[in-house]
Write a protein that binds this ligand. Structure first.
Ligand SMILES: [Zn+2]
Length: 268
């Protein structure tokens, strides 16, 4: 059994392998490896938990559940942690809530599939690159996330927009595919993300664009909302339909022409 303590390692010699997987408040139970990954079985060090409703302390065990977490890689292997968390009875007779989950240590974020330090690394990366590139780099870093997950990370990250933007690219992205969409804004000269909006509504987009009256060109998709937002906020800016959407436009036109010429033909 080993409880990691990051601070205690500084300046030490002969550091053990386990100490590299440092997560305060977590006890490592077993580590195994194969060709490209480490498997770490761990549990929350404390047996106690605090009821979130009445704050009473209890170690009256109800059951366990397992959290799977990806951590930063070690010697080119991904690190996969299986963290056992206790469900605990609240023994306070005055409260209706009987069972609660143990609080997670600071280095484990609720609902995240990665440790905080892995998330932080991806957040840093997200300030410097696009979602597709970031997704590719994350794979090389043994921390693979899809481009849509990567966009979600960028969304949480405080993107700091530059003082001046001249050429801008704008597109929508799915926070939850088919449900909620946001807007991603890229400085086309630097290729960096300069804004991530929670919405793709005309008003929200126009409000963001008004901050940059110096924008001269905007590359956008065919959606009415962006066309209207740009026309309203930056009427002098040149709007450019991006290549992908031009090809979509072209193929739509070809299909409708063929349909008009040969109304009985079947479309494959
Ligand atoms: Zn309680």
């Amino acid at each position: 059994m080993f409880i990691a303590n990051e601070e205690s390692l500084k300046g030490k010699k002969n550091i053990s392998f386990q100490s590299l997987i440092q997560l305060p408040g977590i006890r490592l139970k077993e580590i195994s490896m194969d060709e490209d990954q480490f498997f770490v079985s761990a549990e929350i060090a404390s047996k106690y938990g605090f009821c979130p409703l009445c704050d009473s302390k209890s170690k009256h065990l109800h059951s366990y559940y397992c959290r799977k977490l990806k951590d930063l890689p070690i010697i080119s292997r991904s690190v996969n942690i299986e963290l056992t968390v206790r469900k605990i009875f609240c023994d306070n007779p005055k409260r209706s809530r009987k069972v609660f989950s143990q609080q997670l240590p600071d280095k484990v974020v609720s609902y995240s599939r990665r440790t905080s330090r892995a998330n932080e690394r991806l957040l840093h990366l997200s300030k410097e690159t696009s979602a597709n590139k970031g997704s590719w780099i994350s794979e090389q870093m043994m921390l693979r996330v899809s481009s849509s997950t990567y966009l979600g990370i960028m969304h949480k990250c405080n993107v700091s927009p530059p003082a001046k933007i001249t050429h801008l690219g704008i597109d929508d992205w799915a926070c939850h595919k088919g449900h909620t969409y946001g807007t991603i804004v890229v400085d086309r000269e630097t290729g960096k993300t300069v804004g991530v909006l929670k919405s793709r509504e005309k008003e929200d987009t126009a409000e963001w664009l008004r901050q940059y009256p110096n924008i001269r060109t905007i590359t956008r998709d065919r959606g009415d909302c962006y066309i209207q937002a740009v026309s309203e906020a930056l009427p002098h800016a040149i709007q450019i339909a991006d290549r992908f959407h031009l090809i979509v436009n072209y193929s739509d036109h070809v299909i409708s022409t063929v349909k008009n010429l040969y109304p009985d033909s079947k479309q494959e």
